[in-house]
Design a protein around this ligand. Structure first.
Ligand code: MN
Length: 328
């Protein structure tokens, strides 16, 4: 179908982050992905045209700002990346939007940068690559901690969605993956890391305190939809002090939205639709980690969607949630 909007589509600057640079040096198969990461207006637009993707909201390649240990450097980097992205969007506002990168090392600075990105650069939301490191490599800071509450208040006031994108565990804490490097990142570890972070936000009563917050997660919900009944069931059986007002699944259906990024499978999609409902699902590819035509052709032909629902997921749900200035 034509007119799709894709919202987990990544780019990198020449020297976006050391993690990417490391992978660039060590993996030959990474070369093509890297070439496509740094391109915005040529290969990417050609692929979008071929695959019926009218508009893409671009975001920095993970982990980007979240792996910078020095806080002032992170603040400076986020600003530089966001200004660069705004310039690219300004060249083709009919095709691209931008997600703010945020220096989560400093919650106040992150709120200030988000405000600048929304009010001055016109960004429709933020995409953050999971937990932040800070000061030392072996640091993992999740955003359910009390010092992030003013940040979340700002997100709710600005009324923009927050995309929680995966990242890998820090090496110092990755012992469970030892000897199994193929599980460390996108095959398994991404979903473990991101689902834990989302469930932490729910369990910290974040959505009781800020009920209008809207979070987005990719990969058909980072495996949470499959487990929703069991999560509720076991917390009910063994509450262990669970403080939120409602079962976890309830917040998934009021404060969390999911995308199809990098998960082009009808079985998982059926589960996601059943658990989350059509209105909380949006199209995404995860380009260039995924081949754009793989995501687009699967989505265009999946028999699980009526044509009306296909348009919702490809376009109208996204326009509504992000208040995009595109025709519904
Ligand atoms: Mn991604």
């Amino acid at each position: 179908m034509q007119g799709k909007i894709a919202i987990e589509e990544h780019f990198a600057l020449g020297k976006a982050d050391e993690d990417t640079a490391r992978r660039l040096q060590h993996a030959e198969s990474w070369a093509e992905t890297a070439r496509r990461l740094v391109d915005i207006h040529e290969l990417r637009l050609r692929d979008m045209d071929k695959n019926g993707i009218e508009y893409a909201i671009l975001s920095l390649n993970a982990p980007a700002v979240q792996m910078i240990l020095d806080t002032s450097e992170a603040i400076e980097a986020a600003r530089r990346y966001n200004d660069y992205l705004a310039e690219q969007v300004a060249r083709r506002p009919d095709r691209f939007g931008g997600f703010a990168a945020l220096p989560m090392q400093d919650p106040e600075a992150a709120a200030r940068e988000l405000t600048r990105c929304v009010r001055e650069l016109g960004f429709p939301g933020a995409l953050v690559n999971g937990f932040t490191q800070k000061d030392v490599p072996d640091s993992v800071i999740y955003y359910d901690l009390p010092e992030y509450r003013p940040f979340w208040a700002c997100v709710q006031d600005l009324d923009v969605p927050f995309y929680m994108h995966p990242r890998t565990a820090v090496y110092e804490r990755a012992q469970p993956y030892e000897g199994h490097p193929w599980l460390f990142s996108s095959a398994w570890g991404f979903a473990v890391e991101t689902s834990l972070h989302i469930l932490r936000l729910i369990g910290s009563c974040l959505f009781d305190e800020y009920p209008r917050l809207q979070i987005v997660i990719g990969h058909l919900g980072e495996r949470i939809p499959y487990d929703m009944w069991r999560i509720d069931h076991r917390i009910k059986t063994i509450p262990a002090g669970y403080p939120a007002k409602k079962p976890m699944s309830s917040y998934m259906k009021s404060n969390v939205n999911i995308t199809t990024s990098g998960h082009f499978d009808d079985v998982a999609f059926q589960c996601a639709i059943s658990q989350m409902g059509i209105d909380r699902i949006m199209f995404a590819v995860d380009y260039p980690m995924e081949v754009m035509s793989d995501g687009a052709s699967w989505f265009d032909s999946t028999p699980l969607l009526s044509e009306a629902d296909r348009v919702k997921i490809a376009r109208t749900n996204t326009i509504k949630l992000f208040k995009l200035a595109l025709a519904a």
